[in-house]
Design a protein around this ligand. Structure first.
Ligand code: BG6
Length: 486
């Protein structure tokens, strides 16, 4: 069956930076079904050829694939079409439907509607698709991809789910979180559930705590207007960090398919201990990098957090008493995303004379998601020579050493999954709502008028000093290392 990918917001950044480069890379690697066409829809008046020419330029810049391959590009470009239109004009949806029908030649085709617009256009597009019968599956599957942000809190996420469900069935809806498309995030599932050696120790008996850090070196740049209304909690925690937490903490699904996988993920969210507003202050730290208020679009007195750290407790048999620390920030010391499984100390200190308490770092497993992908296991080894002097050493697995070729960009597998109708790596309605339920109290508390001023940190630091002190007060330290794998 042929595939049609309709992109709303065709002249936007997401389309040119991520979606089209991903579709081009899939064409180049031969993974995109050959009978796939891409139809862009946006207000900018352009012909097919003009859009193709502009995409050629932007794809060359953003595809991270070296110079474009002429033959692959020509093959790819032949399937690109453009339909100018205004989301607010019903007649433009009638023209779009007519154009799609003509391109598909009246045959059965699977369609993906991709919402790459600003979020305020999600609802108008969805209802226009409904009004024009474009969600009906009489001529093949119809699926819709919804980008983040999925709402700005629980109430708006619920409203958006209701709007989607008024037109589409849940199985037609794909809420994308590009973190789930990253190879090394999917590898967490392989690490945990394709091996026997990790699962027996993956619990409260052996694990002291878990740290999930998404540090970015970049500042907010020209996204200040958006960022100041979102802050780090909405921008990173409700989606990416909670997704990383879910894949780290979930139980093994009974089979690897969408319902089973997502059921297990939702159970993790269900088990997260709800916090009353008064408890939130102790369960997190926020910060703002110095210079943020000078960014374009940011008010001079902004209290928006560009750094956040929160502690979540999962009340179930596996994780009771094991805090999960989630941390993310802009203008940090380096770009690194890592999950650190901090193990408990052994029951006895044998090797430090006269001491009963441990002064050594405990074992850890560091799963590095980016920039380089891989895993390190940290453990103590005897230093050769007299006496029992120990040193922390590691075992390392690196994707780039183990596998040749480039790793696919996150959007590539996800786009293929939507085309194939596999929703395993997409968020379900209840999953996004529960995520908001967890994050909303932090957003409210951090935005509250009774909160002290947000702590400042220097660009290049690991957040404010308060974050270090907060961890120390809990008897732990952050694993502040720039990529352990390069
Ligand atoms: C986006 C956020 O969802 O994720 C950005 O809006 C952030 O602020 C980005 O920079 C990080 O994604 P990645 O894949 O570069 O870690």
């Amino acid at each position: 069956m042929a595939h049609t990918v309709v992109i709303f917001g065709a002249s936007g950044d997401l389309t040119s930076r991520k979606l089209v480069p991903a579709l081009y890379n899939l064409t180049r690697s031969g993974s995109l079904p050959t009978d796939t066409r891409i139809v862009g829809f946006s207000r900018t008046p352009m012909s097919d050829d003009q859009w193709r020419a502009s995409l050629r330029e932007t794809t060359a810049k953003h595809c991270e694939c070296g110079p474009l391959d002429d033959a692959s590009w020509s093959r790819f470009a032949a399937g690109i079409h453009y339909q100018p239109g205004d989301i607010g004009q019903p007649a433009d949806f009638a023209s779009l439907e007519a154009r799609l029908g003509q391109l598909e030649g009246g045959a059965e085709a699977s369609r993906v509607y991709y919402l790459a617009t600003a979020p305020q256009f999600y609802e108008p597009v969805v209802s226009a698709l409904g009004a024009h019968g474009m969600a009906a599956e009489t001529h093949g599957p119809r699926r819709i991809v919804v980008e983040k942000p999925f709402g700005t809190d629980l109430a708006t996420a619920r409203a958006l789910n209701d709007q989607l469900h008024a037109v589409f069935r849940e199985r037609q809806v794909f809420r994308i979180d590009h973190y789930l498309g990253k190879e090394s995030v999917q590898n967490i599932l392989a690490l945990r559930f394709a091996n026997t050696i990790f699962e027996p120790i993956w619990n409260r008996r052996y694990i002291d705590h878990v740290q999930i850090t998404v540090a970015e070196e970049v500042k907010v740049g020209r996204r200040g207007g958006y960022y100041d209304t979102a802050g780090v909690l909405r921008d990173m925690f409700q989606n990416h960090l909670l997704q990383l937490l879910m894949v780290t903490a979930m139980e093994a699904p009974v089979r690897f398919e969408a319902t089973a996988v997502r059921n297990e993920k939702v159970k993790v969210l269900d088990a997260i201990r709800p916090l009353a507003l008064g408890e939130v202050a102790d369960a997190g730290v926020r910060g703002q990098y110095r210079g943020y208020r000078d960014e374009p679009g940011v008010p001079a007195d902004s209290q928006t957090a560009t750094f956040g750290a929160v502690r979540l407790e999962i009340d179930n048999w596996r994780w009771q008493g094991v805090p999960f620390y989630l941390r993310s920030g802009k203008a940090m010391s380096c770009r690194t995303t890592q999950i650190v499984i901090g193990f408990r100390q052994p029951p006895l200190e044998l090797f430090a004379e006269g001491r009963r308490t441990f002064h050594r770092e405990a074992n850890r497993l560091v799963i590095q998601i980016q920039p380089a992908e891989g895993i390190q296991l940290h453990f103590h080894t005897k230093v050769p020579g007299a006496g029992m002097k120990l040193r922390l050493t590691d075992l390392e697995f690196s994707y780039s050493r183990e596998f040749s070729g480039r790793l696919p960009e996150a959007y590539e597998p996800l786009l293929l999954d939507v085309m194939e109708g596999d929703a395993s790596l997409f968020a379900r309605a209840d999953e996004v709502e529960k995520s908001w339920e967890i994050i909303d109290p932090f957003v409210q508390a951090w935005g509250g008028t009774t909160m002290p001023q947000v702590d400042a940190y220097e660009p290049g630091d690991w957040g404010p000093m308060a974050s270090v002190d907060w961890m120390a007060a809990q008897g732990r330290t952050w694993f502040d290392q720039c990529p352990v794998l390069t």
